[in-house]
Design a protein around this ligand. Structure first.
Ligand SMILES: [Mn+2]
Length: 429
């Protein structure tokens, strides 16, 4: 029986917050997670599925933070098996990287596919050379990969050919992969389709993912723990953690564990709609904030200062240049004493109001039509035809959802545009 810890996206040395305290939170999360779930649980090994460091140029402090736990794990004889992520991968023209050095020095085992004149090759771990693409520990065969980015769909078939050859039917096969997965994110992507992932299923019992900073699991064999801490303001709402996995008789159970040090987050917001001046907005915002929360007092609370995530939403009643976000941030910080204030501005400027004044009871279809029409009407060239064009956009969407071929959709669009133009020409005559 084997037990292992699967983490990803630790991002030691994160610089995005420009706050040393906040950067140290990432160390606390890493240290606490390793102490609780690797050392205390006496796991057979730890998997790091990419982005151990926030940058390939590692700051001295981040290396200290890494070594703090890596040396404890080495003392406890718990191997750390890692792959590169997009943040800490080697430069293509260089043979050197800090992860490779850590691997040479015996603190981690960095698994990488080999690239030679014959293409991609998976080679067993060589403990003398301290390089390789797969390794067996306690009945588990672990495969590593590299960061493929948008080439993932082309690279995966080559990897699958190699997995076919090297997976072990007698062992429990784990593969580490740093990638986004289709359907799990709303940002534009190089995301791997689930259909492609499923091609790994014959050879892989547990796919250990990293990269997407929120937790998800697919069909009881694909696992993404999420980052250990929130790396940006958009990530505070995400669920994240680490997987503690037990393997017995070829079967596994994976438990998402989250009970380790994470900075408390206070998520607050304010709807700016209906305030005609910055002063009025300011007064009402602080009145609401004082009702909802009390200032952090380090002496009394005994708890850590939280990060306040503050979201502004709704339609602004005045020019957006008059909304002083930085001033609001400073005032919230000085009155409520949090560690940091992260401002999210989701307000709609008065000059770009879309579907303004629409009652909330208006059905979804009508709301959608209004949004599209207003967006089109912003461009004076199309203002006269906004309503006809909105109808066409909705028609095109309907066809796409009905899986009509793209050529058919283009045909409909061309036909409709031609009709609009000829009717315009007719009325101009
Ligand atoms: Mn990452």
């Amino acid at each position: 029986m084997a037990k292992f810890l699967h983490i990803a996206d630790i991002h030691l040395g994160i610089r995005r917050y420009r706050s040393e305290d906040r950067a140290r939170d990432f160390f606390y999360a890493w240290r606490d997670c390793i102490e609780r779930y690797a050392l205390a649980e006496q796991v057979s090994f730890v998997l790091i599925a990419g982005d151990f460091f926030d940058a390939r140029k590692v700051e001295p402090q981040a290396m200290n933070q890494a070594m703090y736990c890596l040396s404890k794990l080495r003392e406890a004889k718990i191997p750390v098996v890692a792959i590169e992520g997009n943040h800490d991968c080697h430069e293509s023209e260089s043979k050197f990287s800090w992860l490779r050095s850590l691997s040479r020095w015996g603190y981690i085992k960095l698994l990488e596919p080999l690239q030679d004149q014959n293409g991609v090759r998976l080679a067993p771990w060589d403990d003398e050379e301290r390089t390789g693409s797969f390794i067996d520990i306690d009945g588990v065969r672990i495969f590593g990969s590299i960061w493929y980015g948008s080439n993932i769909t082309q690279s995966l078939p080559l990897l699958i050919d190699q997995l076919r050859e090297h997976h072990s039917p007698q062992l429990f096969n784990v593969m580490m992969l740093h990638t986004d997965v289709e359907g799990q994110l709303n940002r534009p992507i190089p995301a791997l389709p689930v259909a492609e992932i499923n091609k790994l299923r014959s050879y892989v019992d547990y796919l250990a993912l990293g990269h997407t900073h929120k937790n998800f699991e697919i069909d009881g064999w694909v696992y993404n723990p999420g980052s250990l801490e929130a790396c940006s303001v958009d990530e505070y709402a995400n669920i994240r953690g680490a997987y503690l996995v037990e393997v017995a008789d070829g079967k596994h159970t994976a438990q998402l564990v989250r009970d380790y040090h994470q900075r408390p987050v206070l998520r607050l917001g304010f709807d700016v709609s209906g305030y005609a001046t910055p002063e009025e907005l300011h007064e009402n915002l602080f009145a609401q904030l004082r009702r909802e929360t009390t200032p952090h007092n380090p002496d009394e609370d005994g708890a850590e200062a939280p990060v306040i995530e503050f979201t502004l939403r709704g339609h602004l009643g005045f020019k957006s240049s008059l909304l002083e976000i930085n001033r609001l941030r400073e005032e919230i910080k000085s009155e409520f004493n949090p560690l940091l204030v992260m401002m999210r501005n989701q307000t709609v400027p008065i000059e770009y109001a879309v579907a303004a004044g629409l009652s909330e009871h208006v059905p979804r279809a009508e709301r959608e039509r209004r949004v599209i029409e207003d967006l089109i009407a912003r461009d004076s060239r199309f203002r006269d035809q906004a309503s006809a064009m909105a109808a066409l956009v909705i028609e095109a969407k309907r066809l796409a959802l009905a899986d009509e071929p793209p050529s058919r959709i283009v045909e409909v669009i061309e036909q409709r545009v031609a009709e609009t133009q000829s009717s315009k020409a007719a009325s101009a005559q």
